[in-house]
Ligand binder design. Structure first.
Ligand SMILES: [Zn+2]
Length: 350
């Protein structure tokens, strides 16, 4: 079967399109999906470069997001009640949990002590066929455009948990979202907008900020031409600051995020694309009574919630570009360039 793989860590030149990969077989609790399209996430770049403690077995299939058609079903007796049938169109939750540990039993599957991600700790989705736990698939309407279905799950699920579950954004909140144009940031903007809260977005590109305005972002800040986003927001809000910050940048944005955060503010982080080590004055933390929160992926209830939104035609992701799997490396180059506005999708045609 066809797939996009690496056999060693390094630059994007490690990415190889192959046609000789073995077709996987579903075991107990698993289904096989004929993938129609897969979408890229920043995570995939980290996998290509290599991450501490994460080992790959060559040829390693990349990718976390996917949509496709159920092609074979293993023995699901007593395991899954999602009633999937061969021929159903599905979206895939890339987060794998054991469903037995303390956190899983409490319904918090992304806190699982054995949590794994497709493409990172298990073979990825950029292949003609994938085998996944049946619990990780949800049926979607057959007529849905495959590009949007492929691009949906990881970004929307991550943003949903950040905005709805963790920060509990309300209509009266002012919300700052870093790096508009990325999948999670765009999904977060859409959810914040649906709630009716006031959005502030940043980017290094005026073009992306103009596009964000078109999507309903109320306040935009170019962080490349603004010395300090925190100070800028304080100036524009009569020193009040915002109620919520979503920071996926880490080292480069952290101080400015805290500078933007008002009293009783909530900061949620789900990424550190610029680096992981940050500083904080704890006196400001207690004096302002801030909540600093982490968030990653989502649990099964949140997967069900975003799947319902998908069925209703809500929170549809923006697709930046579409590549054929044989041109997969170019898709990764587009992702690495940082020029995209929306998701980069890879099609796996018949
Ligand atoms: Zn668990």
């Amino acid at each position: 079967m066809r797939g996009l793989t690496i056999s060693a860590h390094g630059g994007l030149d490690q990415i190889e399109y192959r046609t000789d990969l073995p077709k996987p077989e579903p075991r107990r609790g698993e289904i096989r999906v004929r993938v129609k399209a897969a979408a890229l996430n920043h995570l995939d770049l980290f996998v290509v470069a290599g991450m501490p403690g994460v080992k790959i077995t060559p040829p390693w299939i990349l990718g976390a997001d996917a949509t496709g058609v159920v092609d074979a079903i293993g023995d699901l007796h007593g395991i899954s009640d999602n009633n999937l049938k061969v021929g159903d169109s599905v979206i895939v939750n890339p987060g794998l949990s054991d469903h037995t540990c303390e956190y899983c039993q409490a319904g918090e599957h992304s806190l699982c002590v054995n949590f794994k991600l497709l493409g990172e700790h298990a073979p990825g989705t950029l292949a003609e066929y994938i085998v996944i736990p049946a619990r990780n698939a949800r049926e979607i309407p057959k007529h849905t455009p495959v590009e949007q279905a492929a691009a949906f799950t990881l970004s929307t699920l991550t943003a949903w948990r950040m905005v709805v579950t963790r920060a509990r954004v309300r209509k009266t909140d002012n919300v700052l979202i870093w790096g508009i144009g990325g999948g999670v940031a765009l999904a977060a903007l859409e959810i914040v907008r649906t709630i009716g809260a006031t959005s502030w977005v940043t980017s290094h590109s005026d073009e992306k900020l103009a596009l964000a305005r078109g999507l309903g972002a109320e306040h935009v800040i170019n962080y490349a031409t603004t010395t300090d986003v925190g100070k800028e927001i304080r100036a524009r809000t009569l020193k009040r600051g915002v109620d919520v910050v979503f920071d996926t940048v880490g080292e480069a944005s952290w101080a400015q995020s805290l500078g933007a955060l008002g009293r009783r503010g909530r900061l949620v982080t789900c990424g550190a694309t610029s680096g992981p080590i940050v500083q904080m004055d704890v006196r400001r933390l207690f004096w302002n009574q801030w909540d600093i929160m982490g968030s990653t992926m989502g649990n099964d209830a949140e997967f069900d919630a975003v799947t319902s939104e998908f069925h209703a035609g809500h929170l549809m992701p923006l697709v930046d570009s579409v590549f054929d799997i044989s041109q997969g490396r170019q898709a990764f180059e587009r992702l690495a360039s940082g020029q995209q506005f929306g998701k980069i999708v890879v099609r796996i045609p018949d």
